[in-house]
Ligand binder design. Structure first.
Ligand code: T1G
Length: 709
C-alpha cells in the first residue's frame, strides 16, 4: 500500500462531510487509516461550511478494528485512542453509519462518535479478549455509558459479538436495509447542528450495589472458567473504572491495563493463534487459479459414531447426504442416534424444532451402494482395518461418477494403500474428523502422494462450509495430531512404570492447561483403541518391552476405560469422575520389577511435563522435517482445535518458542541422558530441534524463512 493511497475518502455535500473507510479487506485501522481519519477530522472541523460529519465504510464491514499485524511493531502515532478522543471532542456532530459489522477498535470508533446508525441485521463486538488484550481505545469506558453494565461486561469479557437489535442504547437508528440506511442518513444528518454534539463521555455512571454485585459475579466466573488466561480479569477491572473514576482517569486506567495485557505470553500466544488459524488455509498445493469441484451432494458410508457425526456436519450446512450401511438395522440405529443428537441440541436451545426436521430431511438412508453413484463427495467411515476400507474403496471406484471425490476418515491407515486399489488415486483424499465428528472443529485434510490440487482445494473449502477448521497434512502413521500424541502417551505410561501415579501425571498436565491428562483422556477414548494400535505396530515398538505395558495389562483384564467403569481409574455408575485405584500401582510395580526398571521417588513435576510435552513438540519438529505438516503454526492449530491445547499458550510449537530453542534442546538431552538406554531409544532431539537451538531460531522464525524460500 502506497502512502498516498486514499484509505479514508473525504467528500462534502450540503454541509455534510463524509469520511468513507476503504482499507480492504476489513478496514483494519492501520497507521495510514488513523492518519487519514485525523486529517479528515481537522479538515472538516476547520471548514465553516461543514455542519455535520459522517463516518462510514465502502466495504461490507464497517471495521475489524486495530490492525493486528502492527502489534509486533513499535506503536506509531496517531494512536487510535487519541484519534477517537478527537472525534468525540469535535465541535460538530459526528455520526457513525454502519453498513456492516464493527469489531474491536471499529466499534470503539463508532462509540466515540456522537450518534450511531446501523442496518438492523448487523452485529458488533469487542473481541480483544480473544487476542489476550482488552478494548484499548475507550471501549471499556464508552460502552458502559451506552449499554448496561451486564451487556458491557458480557461483550468485553467474553468477546462475543451481539446483534445491534440487542443494543438499543448504543444505536440511535436501525435501517431495514442498505437503501433505507442511505435514506435515514440523508434525512437525519441534515437536521443536526453544532449544538447536537453528544460526547458519550458525558454520560455519568455510578457504582451502586446492584452493579457491584454484577462485577463480583463476573469476577467469580472468570476465576472459575478462565484459568490461565490473563486478560479477562483485566477487562473486568477496566470496565469497573468506568463506574468508579472520572472519564479521563478511566481512559488512563484502561491504557494501563491494556499495556499490562499486551506484554504477556498469553497475548503473544493468542495473537499468534489468530494468524495461525488463517494461515492454515494458505498452502502451496494450490493457488487462486486452481479449479475446484462443486460439492452439492455427499455420501457417507458407515452410519456408526463417526459416520453419523460426519453426516450431521453436511446436513447442518444444508448439503444433502446419502447415509449408507449394509444392514437396515445399523442404518436405523445410526439415524436414531443422529436424531437424538439433534433433539439434545434443541433441548439446550441451540437449534429449533424446525431445524431438527430440516436437518433430518437432508439425510437419505440407503443399504445399496448404487445410491452413492451421483454424489460429488463420498466419505468412507467403516471399520478401521485396511482390508475392509480397501474393499469399500473398490466398490466406490466401481460405482461413483467420474470426478467424484473419494475420501476416507481413517485415523491410522496409509491412505496411499487405500488409493492404490482404485483406478483414480488422484481423486482420493483423507478427511480425518475428530470424535465427536459433529462437534470437534478440527479436520485434518490428508493428501496422498497422488491427490490432485483441485481435490485438495475443494476439500479445504468444503471444510469451511461445514464450519470446520481444515489443516492440510501428509500421510504417515497418525498423520500429525495422533502421531505427536504417541510420545506424549508413551512417556506418561513409562513414568507410571517408574513410580509416578496416574493422578499426579494428569495433574501436572492439567495444571499446564490441557483439559485433561493423558490417563483420563485414555480412559475417555478407551484403552482398547491404543491397545489394538500397538498390536498392529508390534514391529515398530518391539525394541521397547516396557511400551505401555500397564495399559496392556489393564485392557487384558477388561479395564478398557470409562465405558467399562474401570480403566486406569475407577468410575462410579453414571459418573465420569476418575477415582484412583491402588491396584494400578501394584501392576506398575510388578511390571517394573519384571522389566528390571527401578522405581523412583524423585520424579519431579518438571520431569513429567518435559517428558510428556517436549517429546510431543519434538515429534512435531520431526514431522516438519519430513514435510508431513506444512508449517509449525499448522501444528498449533491442530493441537488447539483437536486436543484442547490451551490457546493462551498458542499451541505446542509456539509454546516451544516461549521456552526457547536452547531450553527445549537442553531439557530433552538432560532426560535423554538421565533415562539411560530408554532415553537413547525415545528421547533423542530431532535434527530440526538441534538446528534451531544451534541457530537460536524459533519455530516462528523458521516458518517465516520457509515461507520466503
Ligand atoms: N487486523 C489485521 N488483519 C485482519 C484483522 C485485523 N483486525 N481482521 C482480519 N484481518 C485479516 C485476516 O488476517 C485475513 O487476512 C483477512 O483479514 C480476512 O479475515 C484498540 C487493539 C472480522 C470476523 O479481533 O475476527 O481493535 O488471511 O479470514 O472470516 O481496542 O477477521 O486473508 O491474509 O478472518 O470474514 C480487534 C479480528 C482487533 C477482529 C472477519 N478485532 N478479525 O472474518 O475474514 S484489536 C478483532 C476477525 C483492537 C482496539 C484493539 C475476522 C472477522 P488473510 P478473515 P472473515
Amino acid at each position: 500500500m502506497t502512502e498516498s493511497q486514499v484509505l479514508v475518502s473525504y467528500r462534502v455535500e450540503n454541509g455534510i462531510a463524509t469520511f468513507t473507510l476503504n482499507n480492504a479487506p476489513v478496514n483494519a485501522l492501520s497507521l495510514a487509516v488513523r492518519t487519514q481519519l485525523q486529517e479528515n477530522l481537522e479538515q472538516a472541523v476547520n471548514d465553516a461550511s461543514v455542519t455535520a460529519i459522517v463516518i462510514t465504510s465502502a466495504l461490507p464491514m464497517f471495521s475489524a478494528g486495530a490492525d493486528i499485524s502492527e502489534f509486533s511493531d513499535a506503536p506509531q502515532s496517531p494512536m487510535l485512542p487519541d484519534v477517537l478522543n478527537a472525534i468525540e471532542q469535535a465541535p460538530k456532530p459526528v455520526v457513525a453509519v454502519l453498513p456492516g459489522p464493527a469489531f474491536g477498535g471499529g466499534l470503539e470508533l463508532a462509540l466515540a462518535c456522537h450518534y450511531r446508525i446501523s442496518v438492523a441485521d448487523n452485529k458488533v463486538g469487542l473481541p480483544e479478549v480473544n487476542l489476550g488484550i482488552l478494548p484499548g481505545a475507550g471501549g471499556t469506558q464508552r460502552l458502559p455509558r451506552l449499554a448496561s453494565a451486564v451487556t458491557a461486561l458480557e461483550m468485553i469479557v467474553t468477546g462475543k459479538p451481539r446483534p445491534v437489535l440487542e443494543l438499543k442504547g448504543v444505536f440511535d437508528k436501525l435501517a431495514d436495509n442498505q437503501q433505507h440506511l442511505a435514506d435515514i442518513v440523508s434525512d437525519y444528518i441534515g437536521t443536526l447542528s453544532a449544538s447536537d454534539v453528544r460526547p458519550t463521555c458525558e454520560n455519568s455512571l455510578s457504582m451502586d450495589q446492584q452493579t457491584q454485585a454484577v462485577f463480583e459475579q463476573y469476577q467469580t466466573g472468570v476465576e472459575k472458567k478462565m484459568k490461565g488466561f490473563f486478560a479477562p480479569a483485566q477487562c473486568i477491572e477496566a470496565v469497573k473504572a468506568a463506574f468508579t473514576l472520572p472519564f479521563a482517569q478511566g481512559l488512563k486506567r484502561e491504557q494501563e491495563l491494556f499495556m499490562a495485557c499486551m506484554d504477556t505470553p498469553q497475548a503473544r500466544a493468542q495473537q499468534h493463534f489468530f494468524f495461525a488459524e488463517r494461515a492454515a488455509s494458505h498452502v502451496s498445493d494450490f493457488d487462486k487459479t486452481t479449479e475446484t469441484r462443486a460439492i452439492k451432494s455427499v455420501a457417507v458410508i458407515g452410519a456408526g459414531t463417526m459416520g453419523g457425526g460426519i453426516a450431521m456436519n453436511f446436513a447442518n450446512a444444508g448439503i444433502p447426504v446419502t447415509l449408507v450401511e449394509r444392514e437396515q438395522s445399523a442404518l436405523d440405529k445410526g439415524l436414531s442416534v443422529i436424531r437424538k443428537n439433534y433433539e439434545s441440541s434443541m433441548r439446550k436451545g441451540r437449534i429449533s424444532e424446525g431445524d431438527v426436521e430440516q436437518r433430518m430431511a437432508m439425510l437419505s438412508p440407503a443399504t445399496d451402494m448404487s445410491a452413492i453413484n451421483d454424489a460429488d463427495l463420498v466419505i468412507e467411515a467403516v471399520f478401521e482395518k485396511l482390508e475392509v476400507k480397501q474393499a469399500v474403496f473398490e466398490q466406490m471406484d466401481a460405482v461413483c461418477k467420474r470426478g467424484a471425490i473419494l475420501a476416507t476418515n481413517t485415523s491410522t491407515l496409509d491412505i496411499n494403500q487405500i488409493a492404490a486399489v482404485t483406478s483414480r488415486p488422484s481423486d482420493v483424499i483423507g478427511l480425518h474428523f475428530f470424535s465427536p465428528a459433529n462437534v470437534m472443529k478440527l479436520l485434518e485434510v490428508v493428501k496422498t502422494s497422488d491427490t490432485s490440487a483441485d481435490v485438495i482445494k475443494s476439500c479445504m473449502q468444503m471444510a469451511k462450509r461445514i464450519k470446520k477448521v481444515p489443516v492440510l497434512v501428509g500421510v504417515c502413521f497418525g498423520f500429525v495430531g495422533n502421531r505427536m500424541l504417541e510420545p506424549y502417551a508413551r512417556e506418561a505410561n513409562r513414568l507410571l512404570l517408574e513410580g509416578a501415579t496416574p493422578e499426579r501425571i494428569d495433574r501436572v498436565i492439567t495444571d499446564f492447561g490441557m483439559p485433561m491428562g493423558p490417563f483420563t483422556m485414555g480412559d475417555m477414548a478407551g484403552l482398547d483403541i491404543g491397545y489394538f494400535v500397538r498390536q498392529s505396530r508390534q514391529q515398530a515398538i518391539a525394541h521397547d518391552p516396557s511400551y505401555a505395558v500397564v495399559s496392556d495389562r489393564l485392557v487384558e483384564q477388561g479395564r478398557v476405560g470409562l465405558k467399562a467403569g474401570k480403566g486406569v481409574y475407577l468410575y462410579e455408575e453414571g459418573s465420569r469422575v476418575p477415582i484412583p485405584d491402588p491396584a494400578v500401582l501394584d501392576i506398575a510395580r510388578e511390571e517394573a520389577q519384571r522389566l528390571g526398571i527401578a522405581q523412583r521417588e524423585d520424579i519431579s513435576d518438571e520431569e513429567i511435563l518435559v517428558r510428556c510435552l517436549y517429546t510431543l513438540i519434538n515429534e512435531g519438529a520431526q514431522i516438519l522435517e519430513e514435510g508431513i505438516a506444512d508449517k509449525p503454526s499448522d501444528i498449533d492449530v491442530i493441537y488447539v482445535y483437536g486436543y484442547g491445547f490451551p490457546v493462551y499458550r498458542g499451541g505446542p510449537m509456539h509454546y516451544a518458542d516461549e521456552i526457547g530453542p536452547a531450553t527445549l534442546l537442553e531439557r530433552l538431552e538432560h532426560y535423554q541422558k538421565a533415562c539411560g538406554e530408554y532415553g537413547s531409544m525415545w528421547l533423542t532431539a530431532s535434527d530440526l530441534v538441534k538446528k534451531l537451538a544451534a541457530e537460536n531460531k524459533t519455530f516462528g522464525a523458521y516458518q517465516k524463512e520457509q515461507s520466503h524460500a
